[in-house]
Design a protein around this ligand. Sequence first.
Ligand code: SAH
Ligand code: SF4
Length: 373
Amino acid sequence: MIPSATPELPDLAGMTLVDVEALVARLGWPKFRSEQVWRWVHDKGARSFDEMTNLSAAQRGELATHTRVGSLTVAEVQTSRDGTQKLRLVTRDGFSIESVLIPDGEKTTQCISSQVGCAVDCQFCATAKLGLKRNLDASEIVDQVYLGRKLLADAGPERRITNIVYMGMGEPLHNYDNLIRSLQILTHNLGAKLSQRRITVSTSGLVPKLERLGNELVRPNLAVSLNAANDAIRDEIMPINRKWNIAKLLGALRAYPLEHRRRITFEYVLLAGVNDSLTDAAQLARLLRDVKCKVNIIPYNPHPEAPYARPSDAAVDAFQNECKRLGMATYLRRPRGDDIDAACGQLANRAQGGAAIVPLRIRKGPPPAPAVD
Ligand code: SAH
Ligand code: SF4
């Protein structure tokens, strides 16, 4: 069992409109109140009952005995020289999580976390070193977006969140029910109104959950952290591969119902001397030749807990050029916010006090498969 947040009054941010309708019916209020209450939190971003001015003081009081608003508080906002902002957010039971706002022309993408830490233990990832502390509940996933939205709104009218990526701390498919609930809430047309086409869920490849995701009504874009073109290397750097190897992963992805003109994104973190040779590029091209996909190449972002290095720019270019020559749609992901440790794989809240960071052990033999289902 993965621990969840301590039970307390439910946060309206984690409630669907159907949940609010049920609550309003229980309170004996007229049905139209459901939409009013829902809009305050999900559309207008209210963070207290006092803001709900079309409810009477008595009604606000009654609502406050059954629910609360606001699961996270902003502890720190760091701004990178490239405009990327990293938010350190604190849960009600005192965990820090991180979320990143990445401006890109007219667009702003928010990268959100799905767990405190992660159980998957990828060898190159800073979040992995925390271990898994607990799942975020749906309100904590959604509240990251509402706080990001507020930060942008306070800065001026010209920027708003256009895209969401579940690429922060944690493995979203390992927190499946809260992931789905958060997607239902964020895409609701009376709330944040984010299009599912502008939401991407990134996974290390939990095959049974990928199969389940394919049957959901709300289906985001899919990004899959492949990071190796053969099982020997993937076993070594992503122990989850010992449970669901590349063949099983690609089998599930081939069966995944992709909508018209949608492609799967593969992420490939380039680690110097590990997976960055031209032979790796050729193997990758062979592996993905019949998959509707594109490949995002992410040069490794260093952090002190992992024994890897970023390849030289020339090696990165050579790898990408070989992929392109072999017909793969490949894109190079520039590191964003790396001066504030906000780039891919660097989210580990050192502000957590370091207590959770376990020292890196040099293992003899292959690493064990993680205990994720
Ligand atoms: N758990 C999910 C989403 C969070 S990790 C997943 O693994 O997909 C988001 C991305 O960051 C993944 O593609 C992962 O491969 C990449 N990543 C992790 N550590 C990294 C690092 N140190 N440098 C660059 N990318 C990294
Ligand atoms: Fe978890 Fe993703 Fe990091 Fe792997 S890369 S440890 S799955 S957060």
